[in-house]
Structures are given as C-alpha cells and as structure tokens.
Ligand binder design. Sequence first.
Ligand SMILES: [Fe+2]
Ligand SMILES: [Fe+2]
Length: 518
Amino acid sequence: MGSANVSPRRKINLAEQIRKLNAIGIALSSENNLNNLLELIVTEARNFTRADGGSLYIKEADKLNFVVAQTESLQHTNGKKQPFKSLYLPLSKASIAGYVALTGEVLNIPDVYDVPKTVAYRINKEFDRQTGYRSQSMLVVPMRDHTDEIIGVLQLINSMNGRGEVIPFEPEYESIILSLASQAAVAIRNVKLIAEIKNLFRSLVRYSAKAIDSRSPHTAGHSGRVAKYGVRLARAINEETAGRLGKIHFSEEEIEELRMAGWLHDIGKIGVRESVLEKTTKLTDDQIEVIAERFEGIKRWLQTQSLERKIQLCSTAKDQIEKMAAETVQAVAEVDAAFEFIKRINLPGFLNDEDRKKLKAIAQQTYVNSRGERRRYLTKKEFENLSIVRGNLTEEEYKEMQSHVNHTLDILNKIPFTKDLRNIPKHAAGHHEYLDGSGYPLGLKGDEISNQARIMCIADIFDALSSPDRPYKEAIPLEQTLEILRSQASSGQLDGDIVELFIRKKLYLRPALDDEED
Ligand SMILES: [Fe+2]
Ligand SMILES: [Fe+2]
C-alpha cells in the first residue's frame, strides 16, 4: 500500500505512536530496578493498546517464569492490587505464552475461548475460574533482545473500546508492541547485566575482606560487621527529623557506597605483617617461654653458687651456713616473683611508673649462664616490648599497624569505581580520623571528615571493643564500651550526635546482625 492511500488521521496516529514509543523507550532504559521495570513494561504496553490486562513471562532454561500480572478491571472491583506470586510454567507449545516463546510468532487472538482446533495452544482457564474474569482478546508477542534471542513473552489481554467493551486488538498494534517488547527485552538484559556485574563485584569485595580479616583471629568478621553497623546508622540517621542529623539524608546509592566502604575499610591490612596483626601480648608465648627457661637457669645458678660457698664454708661457723641458705631461698623466691611480674605486665594494658621501675631493676640484674658468661635477666628487645606503656605494640609496630589506612587508600584509589561508588576511598580511609584532628592518617578535622567516615569510625571502634573473639580477653562489657564511645565523643574525637543515636536506638544489638543483608 502506497503512502498516498494513508488517511491523514492514521498519519497523525502514527506520529503520535512513534512519539509515545520513544517516550516509553526512554522510561524503560532509565529504570534500573528489575521488578519495577517489568511492571512498567506491562503498564506501558497496556496503556498503548488499551488492554485491560497484561502478563509478562521471562524465559529461564526450559521454563517460563510468570513474573507480572496486571488486570485493571479486577483491581477496580476488588479495590486492591491482585495478590501475585511468581510461578513457573513448562516451556511448551501447549500454552499460549509457551507457544510464542518457542516459535517467535505473534498471536493476535480475537477470542481465546474460541481458537481453531488445529492450533497447538490452549488458554489456561484457571485464572478466569478463580477470579470470575473472562479473558477474551489477546495479543501475545515474543520479547527479542539485541541478539534476536527470545528472552520472554509479553501478553496483553482484552483490548477495550471507549465504551468499556472488549474488542479484538487492532492488527496495527502487532508491530508496535513487538517493537516495544524488544526495547523492553534490551532494557531487561541491561538491568540483569548490571545486577550481575554488581553482584560479582560485591562478592569479590566480600571475599577479599573476609580473607584479610581472617589473617588474625581477633578480626574475623570485623569488616562485615562494620559495614552492617554503618548501614544501620545511616538508615537511623535517615529516620531522624530534628536536629543536625534530621538534615542529613543518605540515598540508597550512598548507603550501598557506605556498605562497600565498610567492607573495604581495612583492606590495607594486607600490607601489615601477620606478627603485628596477630600480636595480642607484648611478648609472644615463645618469647615468654625463653624467659621462663632462663629464669629457671638463674635459680639453678643461685643454688649452685650457694652450694659451692657451702662447701667452702664447711669448716667455719654453722650459723653462717644457715644464714646463706636462707638468703638463697629468698633470692630464688625473688626470681619466681620477677617471672610472675613479667607474665602480668606482658598483657596489654597500662604500665605505671612503679611497674616500669621494677621492670628496669629486674632487667638490669645479672646472672652467669651455663657457659660461664654474665648476662642480664632480660634482653634489650624483651625489655623494650615489656615496657610498652599502653596496649601491646611497640612504637614501630604501632606505626606499621596504622599504615593499614594508607594502604587502604592506595589500594582503593587504584580501583576504577563507578560514579555511585566513587567516594569509597574517602569514606573507607577516613575511619581512623577524629573530629579534633588527633586521628590518622591525614589528621583531618571537623567538616573535612565525611559523615560516612564518622559513621565508620564509630562502627569500627564499637566492633573492635565489643568483639569477644580476642584471644587474651573477654569482650569488654557493653556498658563500658558505650561509655568509651561517649567519652570519645565528649572529648571531641567522635561525632556526638551519631554516638547518641547509636546508643539511643540500640543499633549495637548483635544478635540480629547475622540476619541482615551482607
Ligand atoms: Fe582500621
Ligand atoms: Fe577496622
């Protein structure tokens, strides 16, 4: 048919339809939630054809997944949306959708209750039976993606005229809906592809973080928990309506970015030696064992010395021998006491001046070893480790431990994050920055520290203090942990509003943490 035969009315319609189709194409390509996209496809196709109902099936291996069902008139009679559960149909020519999925044919059926006996497909009347609906006209098209593969089927039910009567679908809708269906197919493919890539990246991030956390038994699971506490805090801040926090809102993308930053915040620990990561006391068990043996040696040396002198003194006064024996017992007891003292101060904690002096005195004492060499009670390295005033790391080890944030920043800066995730390096590497500038690595202050980094800092401290899995200690009691957070807030290190929210909403409750999305 030549263009001269096309009536002016049809021409206007065609232009209008192309415009609508374009608008739909744009809407479809900008929806990135799969469920919303599928609903949108059915809604738009129904609007286009004035169809009362519509369904969408996605092909999955040898099945059809029935994912969307909409029926306008039933919604009106029931006053609510139809309850819908996705279900699977076998991929066979016996059903209308299956037939279209397998053959790629477009079916435009005036009345599905009245199809010729010669065709392979039949309508499944179950839906009509259950709802009292009468499916009549149907337009069913395959959804082909850019590679021409059929990925699903779009089914439109009961085209309506202006008087609310069911009429057959206009044949001119066939090619338009076919074209809409392939736009939809491409959009579905894209959304699925993006979801797959995101999923792949998420898994990679989680497994790397878990591997790094598990290098040390006392950090197992730490990054995942920091991510979860962080997300909890962000969502709780979103619920706030008053005060400073009431003005902060995190979008879903920002929450996802924060979650990732939580997972990745300690990734730089890969650059810290295991001996430092795993250090739980000032000296290792092996090093303490060396001291134990040495001190046993010292005691034997004292006793041997005493024996030798006894022999020398044999000829002299008895009370002198007794006095010396008593002195030896005393000296041996002092060695035992010194060793007990060493074991005590080997645990991380605060070393006061008095203990420091005592340690120095012990370290400076000398004995003669089995080779006849005079030695100090403690080596230089042992003394250096045992004299750590706070915690259990020497200054050098502490610097190495702190360097994990620099490594985190270096590593994350090299990852070409997408726009949505571009702030991960900043948030993740800010988890040890304090508002008063006393944190590390950059010593950032106040507004220089993002809200997300403030959240992570609190989550990180809370988890480190409350984890029961540190070998040398029980978890610090909850009340005390919260008190530490409060005091760090009042001293100007932590964001006081966020700390208070964390405590007020009991966001720290651990038991439910496992049920939360990773
Ligand atoms: Fe850290
Ligand atoms: Fe951490």
